[in-house]
Design a protein around this ligand. Structure first.
Ligand code: ADP
Length: 269
């Protein structure tokens, strides 16, 4: 699996329609992917414990996708077993009036991870150049300046010891149709279905343009975007888990040094 091929280089010419959402790299099948995912999860759990103990740096993972793209499933499968003490998930919905009365980054900044923590954003400040753009919620004059503001924000976070990783879960329009149909067919999935999703689906092309620009303009050396082939859930989970595990390894968190003289301590009966 060549993880590098999913990472968008700064300034790289990006054509999302050329990225195959069915790609499964060199993984034979679901059962192989599941075995490998277990290994990645073990790495994440062990490294996250070190990150928490060290309490000097943090990791922010951003998940974006079209509806049914699999953000929730990715969180469920990749974070299984991670100690809740040092890991949080935050989902962002339509902003409320207080949030709208501030600059667009205000509501996100409050939830960036503290030292030692791993934070996952289910949707993020990228909505402010994606849904906001597609639905004309603000003027172009406003959203078009946000790419640079986002890059500045992420640069500032990075300079303050927060690593930023961004994943776009890439599914095809046909796959979305199947997933929406499954939500209609299966009574246990009815709760996931909303007729609003159909209105969003009708804007598929506009969303693809908005995702493209967000990824192309905001994939930086310090906060890269990964375009993850996501038609196959098992491959998607493995790619995301491996990138997170590798990043944590690069961050190289260390247990803090013990208090001096521990070897002389005798615990009284
Ligand atoms: P999800 O689809 O993530 O499981 P919901 O169905 O509650 O959760 O959808 C959340 C909604 O909030 C989406 O329609 C999304 O477009 C919207 N949203 C998120 N962030 C913003 C934002 N900054 N501005 C406008 N709408 C937003």
């Amino acid at each position: 699996m060549d993880l590098h091929s999913y990472r968008v280089a700064p300034g790289q010419k990006l054509e999302l329609s050329n990225w195959d959402p069915n790609d499964t790299g060199d993984i034979a099948d679901k059962s192989e992917a599941r075995q490998l995912l277990k290994i990645e999860r073990k790495r994440i759990v062990a490294l996250q414990e070190r990150l928490f103990a060290e309490a000097q740096q943090s990791l922010l993972v951003i998940l974006q996708a079209t509806d049914t793209g699999g953000k929730d499933g990715t969180i469920k499968h990749v974070l299984k077993g991670v100690n809740q003490q040092g890991c949080r998930v935050r989902a962002f919905k339509v902003p409320n009036s207080v949030e709208l009365a501030h600059d667009f980054l205000w509501r996100y900044h409050q939830h960036t991870p503290r030292d030692g923590y791993m934070m996952v954003f289910n949707r993020s400040h990228y909505e402010d150049v994606i849904v906001v753009r597609v639905k004309n919620l603000v003027e172009e004059e406003v959203w078009s300046k946000r790419y640079e503001q986002i890059n500045d924000f992420e640069r500032m976070l990075t300079a303050n010891n927060t690593r930023v990783l961004k994943f776009y879960l890439h599914i095809s329009k046909d796959e979305q149709k199947e997933r929406l149909q499954a939500r209609l067919d299966d009574p246990e999935k009815h709760w996931k279905f909303s007729t609003r999703d159909l209105a969003e689906r009708a804007r598929w092309d506009a969303y693809q343009v908005a995702f493209h620009d967000a990824i192309a303009k905001c994939s930086t050396d310090y906060a890269p975007w990964y375009v993850v082939p996501a038609n196959n859930k098992w491959y998607r989970n493995l790619v995301v888990a491996r990138v997170i595990a590798n990043t944590l390894e690069e961050m190289n968190p260390q247990f803090p040094p013990p208090e001096p003289g521990l070897e002389d301590i005798v615990i009284a009966d």
